[in-house]
Design a protein around this ligand. Structure first.
Ligand SMILES: *Cc1c(COP(=O)(O)O)cnc(C)c1O
Length: 229
């Protein structure tokens, strides 16, 4: 499949899922995850009109960002060690993996020094799997409240990952759980500005994620392919 065909296919699937869920496709944003592909392929993705690019490791992202950084809006979607914050600050406008206080401190400190604000998703481990990163849901309220002390971090949403080798339907309770958590945090007034976004849904389960309220999909293989394709 060509990139254009992949994009058309994804757009159609997004529209259909939105229709089923009674949602507007305009509420659903897409991050093209380019971690499997080259700088050339990433350039094609940007050429096609996709603006949001996601990478999970700075080492992989670096050549792409250096060549193409100003052409896109970059999302850091992988686990982030505090000593790697210096690599991403000022380059990635969105961090999808804010999962602990020590990371928040370092992000805030470096964002303050650069005089910028980082948009962040608080990553929550809804599935409860040991292997999953993210904080337990019961810690999210206090964590979001604490973010008020970190003015260079703007919490715009929650993020979760569904269990990896399961079918899309079994991801549904995980996605629903994230939406319910967001609604609960907003009902309890965790922060003044309501939390709007849900970063959830990957190639295998994005349609279910849309049905459960996703506002940011992170799509790799289905959208940009892998390098051997
Ligand atoms: C790789 C990755 C994705 C995209 O995965 P696909 O299944 O290829 O769509 C999404 N989110 C995160 C955090 C990833 O690491």
């Amino acid at each position: 499949m060509t990139l254009e065909q992949r994009i058309a296919h994804v757009n159609q699937a997004v529209s259909k899922a939105c229709e089923r869920a009674g949602r507007s496709p305009e509420e659903v944003n897409i991050v093209a995850v380019t971690k499997y592909v080259s700088t050339e392929k990433t350039a094609q993705v940007l050429d096609s009109g996709i603006l949001h690019i996601g990478e999970n490791r700075w080492q992989n992202a670096k050549p792409k960002w250096e060549a193409l950084g100003s052409r896109g809006v970059w999302h850091f979607i992988g686990q982030l060690q505090s000593n790697k914050v210096k690599d991403v600050i000022g380059k990635f406008a969105y961090i999808h993996s804010l999962d602990r206080l020590s990371l928040a401190k370092e992000l805030n400190r470096q964002a303050a020094a650069a005089d910028i604000t980082v948009k962040a998703f608080v990553q929550v481990n809804i599935s409860g799997e040991d292997s999953k990163s993210g904080m337990p849901p019961e810690k999210a309220y206090d964590f979001v409240r604490q973010m008020q002390d970190y003015p260079h971090i703007e919490v715009i949403g929650l993020m979760t990952m569904a269990p990896l080798d399961s079918d899309a339907e079994s991801a549904r309770p995980v996605f629903r759980g994230l939406r319910e958590l967001r609604d609960e945090l907003n009902a309890r007034g965790a922060q003044t500005e309501p939390i709007r976004h849900l970063s959830m849904g990957m190639s295998g389960d994005f349609e279910v994620a849309i049905e459960e309220g996703a506002t940011w999909l992170r799509l790799g293989s289905i959208l940009v392919g892998k390098e051997e394709d």
